[in-house]
Design a binder for this molecule. Structure first.
Ligand code: NAD
Length: 231
């Protein structure tokens, strides 16, 4: 079967969970990657059976993930990760939680070309509640790093691990092209970057590895992230 990596799954509420489940229902082997600050809670919920209802598949089986990898997509490799993050209690026991680390684990677990599909379902904007007129430079750049460059870095590092004919997909939001009050913190800017980068990455990764790159503009949905801003 095909192997899919869904990055950005930490509960059964968000798009990532639904996407992972849909791929599993279609017969794929599904690995997920989870943000370290949310990883323990997610593993506990799974272990204690709290997600069992959501894990129920139409054929009667239970959704299971081949692997649950730690991933902080703001970091490309451990050498360039600040010491306070590496030594943080939620990170220090996890090994290499960077995008390089994720790529290395996939190769160690499954061989040189472990992936058919990479789904980027993650975003973060620390100042998302602030209108653009009030956003700090640090908040704007953090939104861009977590929500847009994370895709560029993932395609750079996971592209070589993908079988020809593979596909990368991410999720964007209409606030990139129209002014939507409430979608602040530079998140609208980050989604515009994500969409532009998708076109360029599709051109480059298509030629380099035979991999497609797309993004889907999702409608508003009350995930954990979106509930915080009332989208
Ligand atoms: P969600 O909170 O369920 O998913 C976002 C995930 O990103 C979370 O699991 C979070 O832990 C993870 N994350 C945050 N920072 C990270 C980092 N640095 N490294 C790794 N993971 C990190 O919310 P969602 O709404 O399902 O979001 C999934 C995608 O869908 C995002 O790209 C979001 O912008 C997009 N989207 C959402 C909506 C909506 O209304 N919910 C609409 C359009 C697009």
């Amino acid at each position: 079967g095909k192997r899919v990596l869904v990055a950005g799954v930490a509960d059964d509420n968000g798009f990532g969970w639904a996407i992972a489940k849909a791929f599993a229902e279609a017969g794929a082997n599904v690995c997920v990657a989870t943000w370290p600050p949310a990883l323990n809670i997610f593993l506990n919920l799974l272990e204690r059976g709290k997600l069992d209802d959501s894990r129920q598949m139409p054929d009667g089986s239970m959704l299971t993930f081949e692997r649950i990898y730690p991933l902080d997509a703001v970091y490309d490799n451990l050498e360039s990760t600040p010491a306070d993050i590496r030594e943080n209690k939620r990170y220090k026991e996890l090994g290499d939680f960077t995008i390089d680390g994720l790529a290395a684990r996939l190769v160690a677990d499954f061989g040189e070309q472990p992936l058919d599909i990479v789904f980027h379902s993650l975003a973060n904007g620390p100042e998302v509640k602030k209108p653009l007129l009030e956003v700090s430079r640090a908040g704007y750049l953090a939104a861009s790093s977590a929500s847009a460059y994370s895709l560029v870095s993932m395609v750079q590092r996971l592209g070589p691990l993908m079988r020809p004919g593979g596909a990368v997909c991410s999720l964007t939001y209409m606030a990139s092209e129209r002014a939507i009050p409430g979608y602040g913190g530079g998140m609208s800017s980050a989604k515009a970057q994500l969409e532009s980068d998708t076109r360029v990455l599709a051109f480059e990764a298509g030629r380099k590895w035979g991999v497609r790159v797309n993004t889907i503009s999702a409608g508003p949905y009350a995930s954990r992230a979106a509930s915080a801003i009332g989208i």
